[in-house]
Design a protein. Structure first.
Length: 410
């Protein structure tokens, strides 16, 4: 217990939050103005009687800084986070088109002709296809940017598009300009393959990490204070360290990126196997049971997942997808890196479920979804591994927990 006082807000939502001597309350204050702000997980936050835990709870941003036109400072989104958000958005936009195309051709796609679209003169059918893609991209990106400043990918990555003058949501006009630059550049015959990527890559050498589309629209992409979200949820490790739990959306976004990354490795394994079996006339041999083909497809997925996830989670608690979305896996007991044993236990549950013939993918999906109803957002694999998935934030020493005099909140 300690004396009631206005103290630095450990959630990061406000400058100060009222400590009533026993617990944190819903009263917050900024620049001398008090407000009521209920937030979930207040009981899990550090108490001012524990300075070390209180310091651990002071989440803040680390990274390159910039300024709005009104002089306020802001933390810029990293190139990795922006790339991750773009991969998620591309996955979401392209999937509705990919599945119908696959099934209408019954899987018989001439990839040579498909690739030739980008290096030869496109046909009328190609232009129609591009038109459909552009329309879906237009509706998706412009609508989300103009109303929220975030696409689903940026929500998962914890970043946001804002106007450079005052940090406001871009609006329709700015959203249109921002979308049109890379989209129109991509339609330039031959050179579009170079110009569109250059539009995005320009952010890597601009001081404020603004690509050509950002410059044209007057926007920048910044980090979001996830601790300030109404859906923010906190937990404690067994050592008492407070941690901000990753949202299901951030974890899903990380899983999408990891799926895309592992797909490249999976294809590197499956193609040589497929060519070898084709040379042996395996596909024409009707004596092979359907389960044999299933194992030929699933076994490489199992191997790639084992090598990729276990290695990266064990070493640093993060896969490439989790790096992009700013989350990582920690031990529930100490808050440290999972290590080999816990990483294997964490991976083996969905991994083994995937090996169940034909319905394994559904069982694995159910395992991943279990985090949405699990306590402290733990899926079955988290519980077996003794892990939590949390927001990765840099920390800095606090200036102490001295009482601050503010106007009474009534």
């Amino acid at each position: 217990m300690s004396n009631p006082a206005w103290l630095p807000d450990p959630t990061g939502r406000h400058q100060y939050r009222w400590w009533d001597g026993e617990r944190w309350t819903h009263h917050g204050a900024d620049d001398g103005v008090a407000t009521s702000d209920p937030v979930t997980g207040l009981d899990a936050l550090p108490t001012p009687s524990d300075p070390q835990a209180a310091e651990a709870g002071q989440f803040h941003f680390g990274g390159r800084m910039a300024e709005f036109g009104d002089g306020r400072s802001v933390t810029l989104a990293s190139p990795g986070a922006r790339l991750g958000a773009k991969l998620i958005d591309s996955f979401l936009v392209s999937t509705p088109l990919a599945f119908p195309a696959f099934f209408t051709t019954e899987g018989d796609i001439n990839w040579g002709d498909f690739a030739g679209i980008f290096v030869t003169s496109p046909t009328v059918e190609d232009w129609i296809f591009f038109g459909v893609v552009l329309f879906i991209s237009f509706v998706y990106e412009v609508a989300f940017t103009a109303t929220k400043g975030q696409t689903l990918g940026k929500m998962a990555a914890g970043i946001k598009m804002v106007g450079i003058k005052d940090g406001s949501i871009p609006g329709v006009g700015m959203a249109l300009r921002r979308w049109s630059i890379p989209s129109l550049l991509g339609l330039v015959p031959f050179a579009g393959l170079i110009l569109a990527p250059l539009c995005f890559l320009a952010l890597t050498w601009h001081r404020d990490r603004r690509g050509w589309h950002d410059l044209a629209a007057g926007t920048m992409v910044v980090k979001v204070n996830r601790a300030a979200s109404p859906k923010a949820a906190w937990a404690r490790t067994r050592t008492g360290q407070p941690v901000l739990l990753a949202t299901p959306g951030a974890r899903l976004g990380a899983r999408m990126i990891d799926f895309l990354v592992m797909s490249f490795f999976w294809l590197a394994l499956i193609f040589p196997i497929g060519f070898a079996l084709d040379a042996l006339d395996f596909w024409d041999d009707q004596s092979w049971p359907g389960t044999a083909i299933y194992w030929l497809i699933v076994a490489p997925v199992f191997i790639v997942g084992l090598l990729y996830e276990v290695t990266m989670i064990s070493a640093g608690g993060r896969t490439l997808g989790k790096m992009a979305t700013g989350i990582h896996v920690i031990r529930k007991d100490t808050g440290g890196r999972p290590g080999p044993s816990r990483s294997i236990r964490r991976w083996v549950i969905p991994g083994l479920l995937l090996l169940i013939p034909f319905v394994g993918w559904l069982a694995t999906l159910f395992c991943r979804l279990s985090l949405t109803w699990g306590k402290e957002r733990q899926g079955w694999h988290d519980k077996v591994g003794g892990t939590l998935v949390v927001v990765r934030q840099s920390r800095q020493p606090t200036t102490g927990l001295a009482s601050v005099e503010l106007p009474a909140h009534g």
